[in-house]
Design a protein around this ligand. Structure first.
Ligand SMILES: NC(=O)c1ccc[n+]([C@@H]2O[C@H](COP(=O)([O-])OP(=O)(O)OC[C@H]3O[C@@H](n4cnc5c(N)ncnc54)[C@H](O)[C@@H]3O)[C@@H](O)[C@H]2O)c1
Ligand SMILES: O=c1ccn([C@@H]2O[C@H](COP(=O)(O)OP(=O)(O)O[C@H]3O[C@H](CO)[C@@H](O)[C@H](O)[C@H]3O)[C@@H](O)[C@H]2O)c(=O)[nH]1
Length: 321
């Protein structure tokens, strides 16, 4: 079997990527402590329940399954929480990644795909962010991810591993077959909260209406989670065929404001209940990708290019009986 170790495979993006891996003929081995993930989202290969910090368990897992590559999703990933509890982010993201790298070294496993983020860029005036844009993260989450990128770059420069860090912009939407979906608890993300405000949930707070953006609300590049999964298959094949280490944005190149998302949901029949609220600490005004490098180097193109098509998959998942 072509085994791939997937840390965080029980989580939102990890489980969608495990499905994509299985469809592409790989066996995803999930390693997850189930802190924010779900055992029942692990459907396409075995689940090893364990923590990143348990280097011995990770090493035994690598020894048992002998994966070709590690795809490293496991992390704490809430921007707002990272501002309030920075230690958790450095401990889990940075400390957990070092433990994983140690286990990989002990097993002479030298290929890794890392879940990085546009949060490593921070504030920028650019209309489209490319990979050369200075990385000046404004929250501990983004800083922890940038530190891991830098460690991976150093190891790669010494010929000790090959890595592809994929800097995702905002992952949204859900599996079009409805087999898995976004299930965070607590949920902090815009789209699930906006949909739930129209169902039984509380009113959505619009964090900041005074940004320097066309309608005053923050702009993000919303990318369908299945398109992220497919990019991982391409990155994997790139590494397996001798490709070089790289840092690559994953985004659509289109930005949407919080107000635009609410309007689109309303046009799709979701009566979002929303109210203005102060800015959330750690949130940049504008994050939109220049995806040219992913398009040319990985030959990756998102299949979902229309925000309403993306939102429809989220509505289908969140309104499922
Ligand atoms: N959701 C987004 O929009 C987005 C955007 C950019 C980057 N990312 C990155 O993608 C990755 C996945 O994000 P997600 O939204 O699917 O998050 P998620 O919380 O749904 O998934 C993370 C998974 O990692 C597991 N995990 C966390 N800490 C662990 C540890 N110490 N040991 C073992 N397992 C652990 C959790 O149980 C969970 O299953 C993260 O690294 C995140 O930083 C996410
Ligand atoms: O109740 C809410 C929640 C969010 N927002 C806004 O909606 C936008 C998107 O926020 P959210 O869905 O929480 O995503 P981000 O904070 O952008 O973070 C996600 O996207 C990042 C990349 O931008 C990833 O790195 C993170 O892991 C992932 O959680 C931001 O402008 C928020 O201020 C609101 O106005 N109200």
């Amino acid at each position: 079997m072509k085994n791939i170790l997937v840390t965080g495979g029980a989580g939102y993006i990890g489980s969608h990527t495990c499905k994509a891996l299985a469809l592409a003929g790989y066996e995803p081995i999930t390693y997850d402590n189930l802190s924010t993930g779900h055992a029942d989202a692990v459907k396409w290969g075995p689940l090893v329940t364990g923590d990143l910090h348990d280097t011995q368990k990770l090493t035994a897992c690598l020894d048992q399954y002998k994966p070709l590559v590690v795809i490293h999703f496991a992390a704490s990933a809430y921007v707002g929480e990272s501002v309030i509890n920075p230690f958790k982010y450095y401990q889990n993201n940075l400390g957990g990644s070092l433990s994983l790298l140690e286990a990989m070294r002990s097993q002479s496993l030298d290929k890794i795909i890392f879940s990085s983020t546009c949060a490593t860029y921070g504030m920028t005036d650019l209309q489209l962010i490319d990979e050369a844009c200075p990385q000046q993260p404004i929250n501990p989450y983004g800083k922890s991810k940038l530190m891991i990128e830098q460690i991976l770059a150093d190891l790669s420069n010494q010929g000790q591993l090959k890595q592809i860090s994929l800097r995702y912009f905002n992952a949204v939407g859900d599996d079009e077959d409805g087999e898995i979906g976004e299930r965070h608890n607590p949920e902090t993300h815009l789209i699930p909260l906006a949909i739930s405000s129209a169902l039984e949930g509380p009113e959505l707070k619009i964090f900041g209406t005074d940004y320097q953006t066309p309608d005053g609300t923050a702009v993000r590049d919303y990318l369908h989670v299945q398109d992220i999964g497919k990019a991982h298959i391409l990155a994997l094949e790139c590494l397996l065929s001798g490709g070089e280490s790289n840092f690559i944005n994953l985004g659509t190149g289109k930005g949407h404001s919080v107000k635009e998302i609410i309007t689109c949901l309303q046009e799709l029949g979701i009566s979002v209940r929303a109210n203005k609220a102060p800015r959330r600490a750690g949130d940049p005004a504008f994050l939109v990708a220049n995806p040219l490098k992913a398009n040319t180097l990985l030959k990756w193109q998102p299949e979902y290019t229309n925000i309403k098509d993306i939102l429809k998959t989220a509505i289908a998942w969140h309104t499922k009986a």
